[in-house]
Design a protein around this ligand. Structure first.
Ligand code: ASP
Length: 323
């Protein structure tokens, strides 16, 4: 009888909790620098989530470093109450393949709240790079072996993965310069401090359009339809056989967050992904909003687990290039 009373009491606390959620500010942790591509997705999404979450205040917190593992770890260890969430990208699948000691377990330390979008990447170089097209750029790389600086957002980041794939494809070793996100890397690239970078179109479109960097290719199998990038060849057209990478973003909560709260956030996410303003902003930067079953928690998790397995061999093949 005592046990039953305790169970009923615990159950009603959980139900009351979900009924009133959210009743205080939600911290949305972005594990990369402010002003970068992951941050862009998070700030647009935070705005779109406000209404379906009953006018909640959602604050984006940039907890940066170590290719997103510091921010992700913070969320894995946070109180599972729905007030600390994580927005991260493909690093959720690359980190377990790259980090010698993972500070958390991607599969078991999170509740999966649904996927958000997919974003292509672009290969870009400093504005004074003496190469008009990929052929000339490739020749420049060959002529400058041992002196090439490649920016990235740390081990496991999207730019790191894409950089590894690129070095592997052209068989040229480059010096990786890690930043806390590609926003600060972009500043150095535009100033000519580093030579090249591979980064999401959500960070590069405006800079390419303004000719502040030179773009040599897009990382997806097909050309993009965004007006600013539609004339950019794919890296496959440039001769890099099979080169195909697109970055995805998902939303996470600490493991143990009450199921009703997870369901509430997931429903709000589905509404946000249909928000015309959110769609317009993201599509203008080359992002593709997820509309398939991966917006469901279980499918999101299934996809991430499959991606961990998918990137394992690719990363293993490029291991010689790991910092
Ligand atoms: N684009 C970065 C990356 O390479 C992350 C960021 O700064 O948002 O993963």
């Amino acid at each position: 009888m005592k046990k039953l009373v305790a169970l009923v009491a615990a159950l009603s606390t959980v139900m009351a909790f979900a009924d009133t959620y959210p009743s205080k500010t939600i911290s949305l942790i972005v594990p990369f620098a402010a002003g970068g591509p992951t941050d862009r997705v998070a700030r647009d999404l935070a705005e779109a989530l406000r209404k379906p979450l009953g006018g909640a205040t959602i604050v984006v917190d940039n907890i940066v470093g170590a290719g997103s593992s510091i921010g992700a770890s913070r969320v894995a260890k946070a109180a599972p109450d729905g007030y600390t969430l994580l927005l991260n990208h493909i690093a959720m699948a690359t980190m377990p393949n790259l980090l010698r000691s993972m500070p958390f377990k991607v599969e078991s330390d999170f509740e999966y709240l649904g996927m958000i979008n997919e974003v292509p990447m672009t290969l870009i170089a400093r504005p004074n790079m003496p190469a008009k097209n990929f052929k000339e750029f490739h020749a420049w790389l060959n002529a400058n072996k041992g002196k090439i600086n490649l920016g990235n957002a740390g081990i496991g980041s999207a730019s790191h993965l894409c950089g590894l794939m690129f070095q592997n494809a052209v068989q040229i070793d480059m010096t990786a310069i890690p930043y806390k996100g590609t926003a600060p890397a972009m500043v150095d690239l535009m100033a000519g401090q580093i030579d090249l970078m591979c980064d999401q179109t959500t960070n590069t479109t405006a800079q390419i359009e303004a000719k502040k960097v030179i773009a040599y290719g897009v990382t997806t199998a097909k050309r993009l339809t965004v007006p600013a990038l539609k004339d950019l060849p794919t890296l496959q057209e440039d001769g890099l056989k099979g080169f195909d990478v697109s970055i995805w973003h998902g939303l996470y909560a600490p493991k143990g967050t009450p199921a009703d709260v997870v369901a509430k956030i997931n429903s709000a996410l589905k509404v946000a992904l249909k928000d015309p303003d959110f769609i317009k902003k993201q599509e203008a930067l080359g992002a593709v909003i997820i509309t398939d079953k991966r917006v469901e928690s279980a499918e999101h998790k299934k996809f991430v687990v499959a991606e961990i397995a998918k990137w394992g061999p690719v990363i293993a093949a490029a291991k010689e290039y790991i910092d």
